[in-house]
Design a protein around this ligand. Structure first.
Ligand SMILES: [Cu+2]
Length: 88
């Protein structure tokens, strides 16, 4: 079954360094990991957050399954800054 579910999330970067929050498939995360460093703000399900910055993002989940959220600042993904979102 395909359902469109829009979700908004408030992201707070309490770290003294910049982070990213990117929702995508494993293939999309791998592409981000090797791609150029860009400003992700304004893209659905993506954000770049400066130290101390708060942003609200929105994303529409189109079907059940799972996606990954991750940060691709240098070394962050390899360090484990990622997780799984389950859409049920
Ligand atoms: Cu990070």
């Amino acid at each position: 079954m395909t359902l469109a579910r829009a979700v908004a999330a408030k992201l707070v970067n309490e770290d003294p360094i910049t982070h990213e929050f990117i929702i995508g498939t494993a293939a999309q995360q791998e592409a981000h990991e090797i791609g150029p460093d860009v400003d992700h703000n304004g893209l659905p399900g993506q954000a770049s957050l400066a130290p101390g910055e708060t942003r609200t993002i929105s994303f529409t989940f189109g079907k059940s399954g799972s996606l990954i959220f991750a940060c691709h600042r240098p070394g962050h993904y390899a360090y484990g800054m990622r997780g799984t979102i389950t859409i049920a």
